[in-house]
Design a protein around this ligand. Structure first.
Ligand SMILES: C[S@@+](CC[C@H](N)C(=O)[O-])C[C@H]1O[C@@H](n2cnc3c(N)ncnc32)[C@H](O)[C@@H]1O
Length: 279
């Protein structure tokens, strides 16, 4: 029931066995370790499978295909020129490449070394930083803007801690815009077909989704927060929420991405994008 990358191949456990999918607690250390390992092992498949849809130099907010060039959630594209921008959980840094093309000065940060190697492969001529979103290696007030397209936030045990870090490195008035799986999806099976349209669990169950190996060690973790939880985390982090965007499924998009599909996308939201301003 992984809510974002389920269509990627399963990662064999230590003894070569398929990981077991379960719901159980996973703290920050275990979640980070699992994320780094999973993305390092699966980055090649992920980029092979989704790279064309994401585009090497576009800023796509999620599987619906909402493009920042049209959405303008970071502000007008012409106002990005000269801004210091931090992209968190950048993957292959496609969004940072788009930002650089607008005249911004992006820094692309990711936990996964292999994901950042793909940034080099596609020719991302931006600074790449390998670090955890929970401990940003930058001075206070280093950036005018921070953004993340499904990077880090869905995978961390302490999103409020990440937001506090983003607040610290942003200058006053700076925007923090991030997308995550729409929380309502957690009440449904992560299936693109009709079986993904019937509620199968509690929306209010915050127990993380964990895939673990045969020694019980997490190899993949996602954390669920309700919409209300996310709003409270944003506010606790010192931000004002100025918009919450739920992209509708566009007629041109016929692709399935894990549990995201035209069928489901036309009926229930799949992505939530939080547009926040640092006070
Ligand atoms: C679904 S990808 C999103 C990347 C890119 N925006 C895209 O759409 O392909 C999630 C990214 O978040 C990164 N990530 C996961 N946990 C992280 C953490 N704690 N700190 C920094 N990056 C993290 C992963 O390594 C991965 O590259």
């Amino acid at each position: 029931m992984s809510q974002y990358i389920k269509d990627a191949p399963e990662t064999p456990g230590a003894a070569g066995a398929e990981p077991e999918a379960t719901r159980r607690d996973a703290d920050g250390t275990e979640s980070s370790r699992a994320s780094r390992g999973w993305w390092d092992r699966n980055a090649d498949d992920y980029q092979r499978e989704h790279g064309a849809f994401l585009g090497d130099d576009r800023f796509v907010w999620g599987p619906e295909g909402l493009d920042e060039a049209e959405a303008g959630l970071l502000g007008p594209a012409e106002a990005l020129r000269g801004l210091d921008v931090l992209e968190i959980g950048a993957g292959a840094a496609q969004c940072s490449r788009w930002l650089a093309a607008q005249g911004a000065r992006p820094v692309a940060l990711d936990l996964s070394h292999r994901q950042l190697q793909h940034a080099l492969r596609i020719g991302a001529d931006v600074p790449l930083v390998e670090a955890d979103a929970g401990a940003l290696p930058f001075r206070d007030g280093s950036f005018d803007l921070a953004c993340s397209a499904y990077g880090a936030v869905p995978f961390v045990a302490d999103p409020a801690g990440v937001f506090a870090e983003v607040h610290r490195v942003l200058r006053p008035g700076g925007r923090w815009v991030f997308s995550v799986t729409h929380p309502i999806r957690w009440a449904f099976p992560d299936e693109p077909g009709p079986e993904g349209l019937s509620v199968s669990g509690s929306y209010f169950d915050r127990t993380p989704y964990v895939e673990q190996d045969d020694r019980g060690q997490a190899v993949y973790v996602e954390h669920h927060r309700t919409i209300g939880d996310r709003v409270r985390d944003v506010v606790a982090g010192g931000f004002r929420l100025v918009d919450l965007v739920e992209p509708e499924w566009p007629a041109w998009n016929s692709q399935e991405w894990g549990g995201w599909s035209p069928l489901r996308g036309n009926l229930i939201p799949g992505t939530a994008i939080f547009v926040c301003v640092r006070d």
